[in-house]
Design a protein around this ligand. Structure first.
Ligand code: SF4
Length: 301
């Protein structure tokens, strides 16, 4: 597990600033632009699990195109997606999803994912119970539990697209979409996350996308230049010092700070002047560009 080395004074400052970021985030409004919103369209927990699985799995590439693809896939499954996928064969799902395309994924890939999820639902009643069993069988090792869950969703299909659709936490990638799904299912219901699975939020690892990675570097939560599993663990270790029981509670606000371009990938000091994180952000405090921050990272500062 990666260690976090900021001194306590800086941790206090970051804690206060991140709480301010959370407080100013309009969760209800922001959620409408986030793929988790699709899960909120259903009342039944099992439907929310399935809709969330589809939404998280397809949250890849252009956000508008991803939302259209998620909408298209869910509309094929009707008002009760869990009932639909458990009531039909894989071949029928493939027929339902014939012609579906999202980036490198085709209807056949989504049909495999959903028929594997249906098998878990038939055996365990909910995907949360399935995950809890993997967790228990992994002696409480969250990464291994997630890997076993991913194995089960991929089934015997080892195509490149399936391995991309459902990544393998053992392989070292950041597994952003799997971890995003886990966050939605495990964090307490707060208007964004759903609190459906019987796993403690303290076990979660932050889903690191390009925005979370960049802003985490700006805050000194990691120096790593690539978004990998180790990077995600390192950022989570830093955040765990702020809240051991719920370390990824800032993920949604951090991600949307970048998605909204209030923190753009190229520094915009006019935006920094209005940013609640400016006191603890190395881009602002050093008035350096991210490339200078990268240099500091390379030097191990
Ligand atoms: S101060 Fe500027 S660079 Fe830093 S997080 Fe805020 S907007 Fe982004």
């Amino acid at each position: 597990m990666a260690q976090y080395s900021k001194n306590p004074f800086e941790v206090d400052g970051i804690h206060q600033r991140l709480d301010a970021l959370l407080a100013e985030c309009d969760a209800e409004l922001t959620r409408r632009r986030d793929p988790v919103d699709f899960a909120h369209r259903y009342e039944e927990p099992r439907d929310r699990e399935v809709a969330g699985l589809i939404a998280a799995s397809l949250a890849f590439g252009n956000a508008v195109a991803a939302r259209q693809s998620i909408d298209r896939a869910l509309s094929v499954l009707g008002p009760h997606p869990a009932e639909r996928i458990t009531g039909v064969s894989r071949a029928e799902l493939q027929r339902d999803l014939h012609g579906f395309v999202h980036r490198i994924y085709r209807g056949e890939h989504l049909a495999i994912l959903l028929s594997q999820a249906a098998a878990l639902l038939r055996e365990h009643a909910t995907l949360g119970r399935a995950f809890a069993q993997f967790h228990a069988e992994s002696d409480g090792d969250f990464r291994e539990a997630l890997a076993r869950f991913a194995d089960a969703l991929r089934g015997d299909a080892a195509s490149r697209s399936m391995r991309h659709l459902v990544s393998d936490p053992r392989a070292g990638s950041a597994c952003k979409r799997l971890l995003l799904y886990a966050r939605w299912m495990i964090r307490p219901a707060d208007g964004v996350d759903l609190g459906l699975w019987p796993i403690a939020p303290r076990e979660l690892i932050i889903p690191v996308d390009t925005h979370v990675h960049r802003i985490s570097r700006n805050l000194g939560l990691t120096r790593r230049r690539t978004a990998s599993w180790v990077t995600a663990e390192e950022i989570t270790a830093a955040l765990r010092r702020l809240d051991p029981d719920d370390p990824v509670k800032y993920d949604f606000a951090l991600c949307h700070l970048g998605v909204s371009r209030d923190c753009p990938s190229r520094p915009d000091f006019a935006k920094c002047e209005r940013c609640v994180l400016q006191d603890v952000c190395e881009v602002w405090t050093s008035r350096r560009t991210p490339s200078s921050t990268k240099e500091a990272g390379q030097l191990g500062l």
